[in-house]
Ligand binder design. Structure first.
Ligand code: AKB
Length: 316
């Protein structure tokens, strides 16, 4: 067990945080990882937990000092669909939260920062297939604009203040331990729940909308992987492209049908369709592979097999 780090995960009760905290605690011990969210959640029963509003720089500072935190994973954010409904809050939370954490590293109060970016940094003018690391971006959502600006600030803090900040552009994330909240890719989790409970699902994206996705164990492996990588290998300090596999709702439904015979899917695209249409279909992650050895393990089939196996135990 590694004991040299004291880690704070902000926004720890969300889709990524729930699994990240469990995995980090296996490495750094229960007391080596402080979970935190804007309100008390069930996670508080599993180990050290603090209520933190990341917009409150002073409150954050006090908790960081009290626990002698060395690394912060900042996961609190409004995702794409929610930020479109509350653009001002989306911008304020996503940017101010980042500044409050980056400033802790600038003042050398903490040593390392993890901040998630997203495929939402890309926009309608970006090449859609095998989207390169460096390309036209021009995001068209509030969430994407905040993530692109955040990437610029991360790189700026690294160059100007030597802040050790690391970041990944997550695709849509799929997991069975926690629910997604407010994203455009959320359908790829909901569909499993509905398939197992009701044998049918109404999808808010159209049947041939292809998006880049990743199974949560791979996302967690990449997140901890980039944070543990030797600093010299982390050449990109804005954010790395990250890739798992790509599929459409139609492809996923066909894969689920192999486990749930008779499963039916219908389509009622809503405002999230426009967001999905502005994003890439697949991502080129060769910089991450080259610099710090990124390799995904799961594809559509192995992800679906594992999701169904585990969700059956939880739901049925
Ligand atoms: C969303 O759909 O907003 C997120 C993302 C791709 O960043 N899952």
């Amino acid at each position: 067990m590694r004991t040299s780090e004291k880690i704070l995960v902000i926004g720890s009760s969300g889709q990524i945080g729930t699994e990240l905290v469990q995995n980090l605690r296996e490495i750094y011990g229960i007391d080596g990882v402080i979970a935190s969210d804007v309100k008390v959640t069930e996670q508080a029963k599993e180990g050290p937990f603090e209520v933190i509003d990341v917009m409150n720089a002073q409150g954050l500072l006090e908790i960081v000092k009290r626990h002698k935190i060395t690394q912060v994973y900042l996961l609190a954010a409004l995702l794409s669909a929610t930020a479109e409904k509350m653009p001002k809050l989306g911008w304020d939370l996503n940017m101010q939260g980042l500044f409050n954490v980056l400033d802790l590293a600038k003042e050398k109060i903490i040593k390392q920062v993890y901040w998630p970016s997203s495929i939402a940094v890309f926009g309608p003018n970006t090449p859609k297939v095998n989207t390169p690391q460096f390309t036209v971006m021009e995001p068209s959502t509030v969430y994407g604009i905040s993530k692109q600006a955040g990437e610029r600030w991360c790189e700026y803090y690294f160059n100007k203040y030597n802040v050790d900040v690391r970041s990944l552009r997550y695709p849509g994330l799929i997991g069975w331990k926690s629910a997604p909240g407010g994203g455009t890719t959320d359908y790829a989790v909901h569909i499993f729940h509905e398939a197992l409970k009701n044998g049918k699902y109404e999808c808010f994206l159209s049947e041939n909308t292809i998006l880049p996705m990743m199974y949560m164990p791979d996302a967690i492996k990449a997140t901890i992987g980039i944070m543990q990588a030797d600093p010299g290998t982390v050449k990109i300090r804005s954010s790395y492209n990250l890739a798992g596999f790509s599929f459409s709702p139609n492809d996923l439904a066909a894969e689920i049908r192999k486990h749930v015979p008779g499963f039916t899917i219908s389509y009622a695209p809503d405002s999230r369709q426009q967001i999905a249409d502005s994003w890439p279909q697949s991502i080129d992650a060769k910089e991450a592979a080259k610099d710090w050895g990124w390799q995904p393990e799961y594809d559509l089939k192995s992800m679906t097999d594992d999701m169904i196996k585990n969700l059956k135990n939880v739901l049925l």
